[in-house]
Write a new protein. Structure first.
Length: 340
């Protein structure tokens, strides 16, 4: 069931890439729900991050290849956290790919409703609607803004219209595979996790593409089941603070925004010291150690940038997001993906 590398020519409509680490029961439930959402030209790729609880064996046992040929398994020798999704991307055959968490269950229209939003060549990604297990919105329709020298996002209320969206939330979003590979996918500069979805989406916006919200594509997400077990709350906060900085250092090119960013660094650190905010301080030191890498990383994306930072911030503002709207294609009819 282990999967060979893919070729560059897509032979599948959509590849759902599910990342898993030591969540045997959750990943099996996730894949079961996906089997009700995929069509005959789709595939599900489970990327197992070196699990020690028998997750990979459980996937093979639950979804034997002679019955479920659409389910593929990639076994990795170690846990590379969110960035193991790139291993799934290497073997994916779909024209579109979805990066999916293991701790979610999707509704039957999850795939069709998302794919129906890819209506123009400038759409890089489609972000699904995500609810927690109690049915509350997790705020995946977002706008973006610049404040105190950093990029932030604002969750917006759900709407039944397909609109623009600031970023494709990691773990439940769909991407055009050719553009994802062209832009470089999620960047390990932001190791081990958090903000990598914002950085990737911001890079796409600056490169002339857009992200769209798919209101009819619904997933139910427990949220952070793996990360909260592996890392402390302080560590998780430090990852966010580290990657907020690295995103600016890598992608922001407007001189005035860079000056604003630098002006706010010292006040931000002083506030962290006063409030004994260890996560912010640790994150700053970790980001500073990666500054040379971030500077080197700026050279690649900048060559493909077609929009300025100001233009992007205008496009992803709350007013612009609310005023946007997109037609959708008629969802295709699904058939049972199991072997005949």
């Amino acid at each position: 069931m282990d999967t060979p590398p893919t070729t560059d020519t897509p032979s599948i409509r959509c590849s759902l890439i599910v990342l898993n680490y030591d969540e045997r029961d959750l990943v099996v439930a996730c894949v079961r729900s996906m089997l009700d959402a995929v069509g005959p030209d789709d595939e599900i790729i489970v990327v197992d991050n070196g699990s020690t609880d028998g997750s990979a064996d459980a996937v093979e046992a639950a979804f034997p290849s002679d019955v479920y040929p659409a389910v593929r398994l990639v076994r990795l020798p170690e846990n590379r956290y969110i960035f193991s999704l790139n291993a799934g991307l290497e073997v994916a055959r779909g024209a579109t790919v979805a990066f999916c968490n293991n701790d979610m269950v999707v509704e039957p229209n999850f795939v069709e409703e998302a794919l129906s939003c890819f209506v123009s060549d400038d759409i890089f990604a489609v972000c699904s609607r995500v609810l927690d297990r109690n049915g509350y919105e997790q705020g995946t329709r977002t706008s973006g803004y610049w404040k105190h020298g950093l990029l932030f996002y604002k969750p917006l209320p759900h709407t039944d219209r397909s609109t623009d969206c600031f970023f494709a939330v990691g773990g439940q979003s769909f991407f055009r595979r050719d553009l994802l590979r062209e832009l470089g996918s999620i960047d390990e500069l932001l190791w081990p996790m958090y903000h990598e979805d914002i950085e990737l989406s911001y890079r796409a916006w600056k490169s002339g593409y857009r992200v769209v919200y798919a209101p009819g594509s619904v997933a139910h997400h427990m949220g952070g089941a793996t990360s909260r077990r592996v890392f402390t709350a302080t560590q998780l906060r430090s990852f966010v603070r580290q990657n907020e900085l690295l995103t600016v250092w890598k992608d922001v090119t407007d001189p005035r925004l860079i000056v604003d960013h630098l002006v706010w660094i010292v006040p931000r650190l002083l506030v962290a010291v006063v409030h004994r905010d260890k996560g912010t301080l640790v994150g700053f030191v970790a980001a500073l150690r990666r500054l040379p890498r971030a500077i080197r990383a700026r050279r690649g994306p900048r060559a493909g940038f077609r929009r300025t930072d100001r233009q992007v911030l205008d496009l992803v503002s709350t007013a612009a997001i609310e005023a946007s709207g997109h037609p959708t294609l008629a969802p295709a009819t699904r058939r049972d993906p199991r072997a005949d």
